[in-house]
Every structure is written in C-alpha cells, then in structure tokens.
Ligand binder design. Structure first.
Ligand code: HEC
Length: 122
C-alpha cells in the first residue's frame, strides 16, 4: 500500500468537501448587515420592522410575539434550511404577495452563509 498516495487522496477528499459544504457563519455575519435594518438575531433581541430571529432555523414561521406578521402569520411553514433558502431568494414568490419582507438575496452563496449564521443562534 502506497502511504503517500493514500494520504494525498484523503487530503483531496477533505478539501473537496470543504469547498462544497463549508459556509462559515462569519461570512454570514457580513451578509446579515443587509438584514439588520429590520432584524436582530441575539437572544431576547427586540423586534424592529421584522421579528427577532433567534432560534429561527427549525422553528415554525410567524410564531414570535412580533405584532406585524403579514403572510407568515398563518402560513404553517417550518423554517428548514431549504425553506429559508427559498424565502430569502424571493419572499413574495415563496409565500405570496402579501408579505411585508421585500429584500431578495440573489446569490446562493450569500443565502447559504447567512443561514449558517442564523443557525449559530440557538
Ligand atoms: C425591510 C425590512 C426587512 C429586511 C431588510 C429583511 N427582513 Fe426579514 N422580515 C421582515 C418582515 C416584515 C418579516 C415578516 C414578514 C411577513 O410576515 O410577511 C420578516 C420575516 C423574516 C423571517 C421569518 C421570521 C419568522 O418569525 O417566521 C426570516 C427568517 C427573515 N425575515 C430573514 C431575513 C434575513 C436573513 C434578512 C437579510 C438577508 C432579512 N430577513 C431582511 C422584514 C425585513
């Protein structure tokens, strides 16, 4: 067994996986600057024109005590990573015209990064 070859393959695999799946929460923190006008994400943070987002990943939509939910109030959606991705790409397309969130994140890498960031608050 050629040891050097084996470890080279192992390194290549590790690098490959990194390129595909690692979106650092720190990149997401930068993207989150676009959300800060309307959202806080820390535990116990206040609602602004949008609800506090602490613990959002895995939670049912529209279930904080934020008073101004529009489309999300009776939506029966759970914020899986996949649903968050669709929502952030285009809120109106995802939930309907009634929603009061208008910002769209067009870049997939921005969406992935900001979701990783949100996930770290739980
Ligand atoms: C201009 C204000 C505004 C900006 C900017 C904004 N949002 Fe929102 N967001 C809202 C509003 C308002 C709602 C509630 C929408 C509704 O009920 O229709 C909301 C809802 C949400 C929800 C669902 C909350 C829940 O409790 O179900 C998530 C997740 C979310 N926003 C993430 C983001 C992220 C991430 C960004 C930045 C990329 C962002 N928002 C930018 C206003 C904003």
């Amino acid at each position: 067994m050629n040891f050097a070859k084996v470890s080279a393959v192992a390194i290549a695999l590790a690098l490959g996986m990194n390129a595909g799946s690692a979106f650092a929460a720190s990149d997401g923190e930068k993207v989150f600057k676009k959300c800060k006008a309307c959202h806080t994400v820390k535990k116990g943070g206040k609602h602004k024109s949008g609800p506090n987002l602490f613990g959002i990943v895995g939670r049912k939509a529209g279930t904080t005590d934020f008073k101004r939910y529009k489309a999300l109030k009776k939506s029966d959606i759970t914020w899986s990573v996949d649903n968050l991705d669709k929502w952030l790409a285009n809120p109106k397309k995802f939930i309907g015209k009634k929603t009061s969130m208008s910002l769209k994140l067009k870049k997939e890498s921005d969406r992935k990064a900001v979701i990783a960031y949100l996930k770290s608050f739980k």
